[in-house]
Design a protein around this ligand. Structure first.
Ligand code: NDP
Length: 395
């Protein structure tokens, strides 16, 4: 059984660490390392078994490699920020460890994300005999597994996929983000994009919206079309796809604040000079906003994240819906984190578990939908993210 190194000590990490520590047979030895060691120690103190902690600057591949060697890690789960993806992958290659993350690489000084940078590591991981599992959160992550499961069990051809992410939680703040504010705001203020009939269609930020009726007592919510990273890999990996779009709900309050912040330049990543000091407005805004980890105790309500998939089975059109709902307060009671961190951290643990147990093997860089979805789907039910499905025959 592997030695597991978890990097990053934020909201998602708290869930990954709690869940992995709860599986001593799968992860007998765990180290948690991050930029601020005291945050690692605080998480470690919540557990009912000891784990090691360390300080690391994961922007430096040499430090990542040195820590992997010192601890003897076989597997690294990266739940720091997308900026660290490549340096942690470099560290894994240098010291010989498998790699798992939940978000694709973003350069710090450019509001752009793409799998291209990480896919370029394919040959290096293959030659090293190591596995890199990309995007093992919820979206990306479980959404890709849902699509692979639909393809395996419910369709001969998949034509359309709508990925829908609804956070119907209420944290009581006028404005806050449920995960790292910098990453979240960069994502939603970028142009939207979806894929249709063989090409990408670009939209203005939040140009398209529609109201979905959500089950589980959530009711109607307005969702906006945004570009999301799993679209890039699913277009490649789900054959015959004609259209795929991603929708995320935002409250009127969130949109109102975001518009104002954007209009006054607070979401910019261009450095400005303020009283002789260079600051990046979005980073300054992050410092002002509530820490997502602090939302746990006060967030009530549910998340609903799923896929609505149209296609053909045995010559007939059908629609398949698969989703999970999570209750913020129940997640908080179990792990000390709200549901957005929970729905990301549990799949990161399951991705690591798939590799640790040898259920997912291979050398190279893989997106999650490239693996057999069945053991992952079974673990979602076993470890806190049960899914529900329905099939509508359309003709
Ligand atoms: P947080 O900001 O709460 O935590 C990030 C952690 O990474 C912090 O502990 C931070 O340290 C640490 N960190 C940052 N830079 C470095 C560095 N150079 N070296 C070492 N540690 C560093 O973020 P979240 O927990 O909300 O998110 C974690 C990841 O999960 C992100 O990549 C995010 O994009 C992804 N995510 C994925 C989702 C999915 O469904 N796929 C959904 C939500 C999030 P410090 O404490 O010192 O700041």
């Amino acid at each position: 059984m592997p030695k597991l190194l978890i990097i990053g000590a934020g909201g998602v990490s708290r869930v990954v660490v709690h869940k992995c520590a709860g599986l001593p047979d799968v992860f007998p030895e765990i180290m948690l390392a991050s930029r601020t060691k005291s945050k690692c120690d605080a998480i470690a103190a919540e557990l009912n078994r000891p784990i090691q902690t360390a300080k690391i600057d994961a922007d430096d591949p040499a430090q990542v490699a040195a820590l992997i060697r010192e601890f003897g890690a076989d597997l690294v789960v990266n739940v720091a920020l997308p900026y660290q993806d490549l340096s942690i992958m470099d560290g894994c290659l240098e010291a010989g460890a498998h790699y798992v993350d939940t978000a694709n690489y973003e350069p710090p000084n450019e509001a752009k994300f793409s799998y291209g940078w990480q896919w370029a590591y394919q040959d290096k991981f293959k030659e090293a005999g190591l596995l890199a599992l990309l995007g093992s959160g919820f979206d990306p992550g479980v959404t890709g597994v849902y699509c692979a499961y639909a393809q395996k069990h419910h369709f001969d051809e998949i034509h359309e996929i709508e990925i829908i992410d609804c956070n119907a939680g209420d944290h009581g703040h006028p404005f806050a983000t449920n995960f790292n504010p910098e990453i979240n705001i960069r994502e939603v203020t970028a142009n939207g994009r979806y894929w249709e009939n063989g090409e990408w269609v670009e939209t203005k930020p939040m140009e398209f919206s529609q109201t979905f009726e959500f089950s589980e007592g959530i009711g109607p919510k307005k969702a906006f079309l945004i570009y999301h990273e799993e679209l890039e890999s699913l277009v490649k990996n789900i054959k015959g796809l004609k259209r795929i779009r991603f929708w995320m709900t935002f409250s009127d309050n969130y949109i109102k604040h975001l518009e104002v912040l954007q209009n006054v330049g607070m979401t910019s990543i261009e450095p400005i000079n303020y009283n002789g000091q260079e600051i990046i407005p979005l980073q300054f805004l992050k410092a002002l906003l509530p820490d997502p980890a602090s939302l746990g105790p006060r967030t009530v309500g549910k998340t609903w994240i799923g896929c609505v998939i149209d296609g053909i089975k045995d010559g007939k059109r059908r629609r398949y819906t698969v989703y999970n709902t999570c209750d913020h307060q129940e997640c908080f009671k179990e792990t000390g984190a709200q549901a957005v961190s929970y729905t990301t951290g549990v799949p990161a643990m399951i991705g690591a578990k798939m590799i640790a147990e040898g259920k997912w093997t291979g050398a190279g860089v893989f997106n999650i939908e490239e693996f057999d979805p069945d053991p992952f789907m079974a673990d979602l039910n076993a470890y806190g993210l049960p899914w529900h499905e329905s099939i509508e025959e359309l003709e």
